[in-house]
Structure formats: structure tokens, C-alpha cells
Design a protein around this ligand. Sequence first.
Ligand code: FE2
Length: 277
Amino acid sequence: MVKNVKEQLVPENGEELTLFLPYDIIEGMKRDELTAALDTLFEPEKFPDPSQNGLQVAGRGEVEKVLLAVDASLETIQKAKEEGCGFIIVHHGLFWSRPFMVRGYMKERLKALLENEISLYAVHLPLDEHPELGNNISLALEAGIIRDGTLASYKGLPLGVSGHFDQARSLEEVKASLNRDYTLRHVIDGGRPIRRAGVITGDAGSLLDGILESGIDLLISGELNHAMFHPFRESGLSGLFYGHYATERGGLLRLREFLERTYPALTYLFYENDTNL
Ligand SMILES: [Fe+2]
């Protein structure tokens, strides 16, 4: 939308003037321009990801407000409607590798998006892995890890952040650096000093073998699943697990800051909807 800008001036003699400034303020952006900007930023075509990344649902052509959220739940879509957001960016979108029937919860989510002309853009692994905005680097920086590599690989794609601390730390010291912002859900104490650490946000279970062989002393991650417990203990690694949701919001917060700086014609909201998982 293009709005003319006028400024009311009241000079000292009291005569009211209306001055039309010689420029327009552009408010809003085309849906397809925003989609192209996100595709350029995240390069989803480079990721062998079960998530169908990119514009999953096309809504209205002009966008003024963008809502960012971790999950494409019905609550997220309803929040976007309430706030007048025509474009949603999520980490966990609607469409993954298997086909979905349009019934039950999927019907309700799609109906809410389509009836309200709201677009849905999903960015899963490309958001986890982005070198500056990503979920992994966000958590690694908060823990004080100095990045020097990746941690594991999925279908040939390097994933996660690995790195070192400026000096060896105890598990308690690493916990102390994160406990202001995160609630610790599970701990495995390998009992050795922490020199090298790795981060995989969300669920790292499918990457277990690569993690155990990566040479780290500590994994910081989201979910601890049962199959991980004994291999960790038997390998002498420590693990700190802060929940799937909690570890996957940092990238969206960084993305919001980036978009605010880069595309200030739009308004951005982050919708907090913690699953406590
Ligand atoms: Fe996730």
C-alpha cells in the first residue's frame, strides 16, 4: 500500500499550512517479494529436508504484518487472523515428506489460512542451520561456545554446531550460562570436563551415532529420547536438554530482528505458544 504523507505545520502567525512532502512512504510488500527474499536468505533447495520448505500456502498478494511462530498450529493461524497478519513464518510447517489428507486438524488449519487469505511460509532445517540467524548458532552463542565446525550429517548435509570453550568448563558452569533463559528438562552427566560441545536444537535422536563419534564432551539439545540415554552414558558424554520448543525459538527471534532491519515497511510479531515439550 502506498500512502501519501502530509505534515501539518502551524507557523507563528497562526495561519495553518498543509505541506505535502515530496516522497511517499511505502507500507507493506508483495507476498511474492517477501517469499523470494526468504528463499534467497534460506536457500531451501539446498536442504534434503522432510519439511516442504518455502511458501506452503499462498494467501493475499499484499502483506503488511508478518507473524513468526515455532509451529503452524491452529492457534498460530488464529493469532495471525486476530492481529491482521497476512503472512506467517514458521519453523514447523504443515507439509512434510508424507502426503496428508485434508481432514481433521489439517482441514481446520487450511480452512483458517485460506478463508483469511493468510500465507504460510515454512523454514525447518534451513532455519536450524543458518550460520547467523539459525537456531543452532543462537543456542551455541548463548552457551558461550566458540564455533569451529558442524556436528553430524543428514543425507550428506552437515548439521549442527560444534565448537570449544575458551577454557575447559564443568557441566555446572555451562548450565549456569543458560539457566537464565532456559528451563533444564534432562541432564546426563558424563563426569568429565567440558572442552568441546555441540548443539542440535529440537530432536537430535536420529543423529545419535554421528554425535557420539564427533569428539564432543557435551551435547546441548532439545529433546532427550529414551534410545539416547545409555549410549550417552556408555560413551562418557554429557547432555543438557532444554526442550524442543525452547531451543527452536531463538532462530525466529533473530529472523524477526533481521527482517525488521532489512524490510522495515512491514510489521513483525513473534507469537509465543510454548508446548512445554
Ligand atoms: Fe523441530
